[in-house]
Design a protein around this ligand. Structure first.
Ligand code: F0G
Length: 349
């Protein structure tokens, strides 16, 4: 039976026989080939569909590690700041093992599905009159002073768990891809994937290393601009972050891999979001950023020397996390009387 990423990749993770493994069987997510995007880009495009993790996002990979290590240490309470997915994941894993969980979220800027998850798993949910960066500063100050485990990606165990995404990609493709495209918010995941790719390469499990392509939302693009953004904005609320915690490691991932970090507009994100859905894959808006990004790069001729190569895009969270955005952008259902003729007419038959 599959038992989650800690058992699967134990040799690559800082756990011992004494570590109590807290798992919801995260990881082992599908790598889906996209005919549509491959045809347009001219490379083979694969989608790493992280929305199929237990709480619907990639955060579960890091959270199984962070919560297991918190348990090992004897912690009783964990805390995080979150744009939504981290809080959903922390709440679920804390509930699984009986830890207390408190989450600080930016008031009014978190998708409904994520809020419902944190609430139903009995986390103490505190909405801060401020943005994610304000919430993270508060969580850092509190966890430095009080006996509470920080489970944001500043916690190195989160990065350790999340690097398993890169291992799975290499296991599926029998090597690393040429490019790995990924959304960048607090910049933990790009850091984690790059660490994973490097470790697998060093261990002889893959022959090559990918170029890392990170994408921020244009209204929240501190790394692209080279300075913090005081009032970040984007409809992709998951990556509405103005001062990423893992800024430096993200630059290292970019530079060591000869990749890039660029920005995409909300319009480009929405267009990629709908395009993915048209191909049967429902991912949340932030997850569409790397797809928007590779389409932008293709238009600039960036991939012209890599025909036939492979690109993986991490689709970080499930589309059901944010149903309001979906409904708002495709219109309302048609309401009809229960009449077969009317229905057939509406269907176009
Ligand atoms: N995509 C989704 C769906 C996310 O929830 C996040 C981050 C990212 C991408 C960016 O990943 O921060 O590692 O660069 N969400 C965090 C949260 C900030 O609180 O849920 P990153």
């Amino acid at each position: 039976m599959y038992k989650g990423i800690i058992e699967k990749y134990r040799d690559f993770l800082p756990v011992t026989a004494k570590t109590p493994v807290v798992t919801l069987n995260e990881g082992n997510t599908p790598l889906i080939f996209s005919e549509d995007l491959s045809e347009e880009i001219g490379l083979k495009v694969y989608l790493k569909y992280e929305g199929l993790n237990p709480t619907g996002s990639f955060k579960d990979r890091g959270m199984t590690m962070a919560i297991s290590k918190a348990k090992e240490k004897g912690a009783t309470t964990v805390m995080c700041a979150s744009t939504g997915n981290t809080s959903a994941s922390a709440a679920a894993y804390a509930a699984k093992c009986g830890l207390k969980c408190a989450v600080l979220i930016p008031d009014g800027n978190i998708a409904l599905g994520k809020l419902s998850q944190a609430m139903i798993h009995n986390a103490k949910v505190i909405a801060i009159r401020g943005n994610f960066d304000d919430a993270l500063n508060l969580v850092k100050a509190i966890t430095e002073k009080y006996p509470i485990e920080l489970v944001n990606s500043l916690n190195p165990f989160r990065i350790e768990g999340q690097k398993s995404g890169a291992f799975e990609v290499c296991d599926s493709l029998n090597d690393a891809p040429d490019f790995h495209a990924i959304p960048v918010g607090n910049a933990g995941n790009i850091t984690a994937y790059w660490k994973g790719y490097k470790e697998y390469h060093t261990a002889g499990k893959s022959k090559t290393l990918p170029k890392m392509l990170g994408f921020q939302a244009a209204g929240s693009a501190p790394i692209v601009l080279g300075h913090a953004v005081e009032k970040p904005e984007t409809l992709a609320t998951a990556i509405r972050i103005g001062n990423p915690a893992s800024w430096k490691p993200a630059l290292a991932a970019r530079d060591e891999s000869s990749g890039l970090i660029d920005s995409v507009t909300d319009e480009e994100i929405l267009s990629a979001y709908k395009r993915l859905a048209n191909g049967g894959v429902f991912a949340e808006p932030a997850s569409a950023a790397p797809v928007a990004g590779i389409l932008k790069l293709k238009a600039q001729g960036y991939f012209k020397d890599f025909k036939g190569g492979r690109i993986v895009c991490t689709l970080t969270g499930h589309g059901l996390k944010d149903p309001n955005i979906a409904i708002k952008n495709v219109g309302q259902p048609v309401t009809l009387n229960p009449d077969i003729k009317d229905i057939l007419k509406e269907v176009g038959l």
